[in-house]
Design a protein around this ligand. Structure first.
Ligand code: SF4
Length: 84
């Protein structure tokens, strides 16, 4: 699959090593710091429609969105057009 997959999450971009590392990291985050599944899915769905998403990374902040979106204390970093 394309290494620079526009509007792809890591899960879809075929970058399995990075994806697995991200999932392992997410597992270490305390549940109290995470949004629920519904909010997480909504956030990721917004990222998937966004031109700033490249191969799972947000061009506005350099974060992997699968990590940023799960954190309660984070929001979409695009100040001109916040998606979540
Ligand atoms: S700008 Fe916001 S919606 Fe777009 S990829 Fe980044 S976090 Fe997701």
């Amino acid at each position: 699959m394309d290494n620079n997959c526009k509007r792809c999450l890591l899960f879809e971009a075929g970058q399995n090593v990075t994806y697995n590392q991200i999932q392992d990291y997410i597992k270490t985050i305390d549940a109290s710091e995470k949004v629920n599944d519904e909010v997480y899915s909504h956030r990721l769905s917004m990222c998937k429609k966004c031109d700033n998403l490249i191969s799972g990374m947000c061009l506005k902040c350099g974060c992997y969105v699968e990590v940023r979106a799960i954190l309660k204390n984070k929001n979409c970093p695009n100040f001109d057009d916040k998606k979540w």
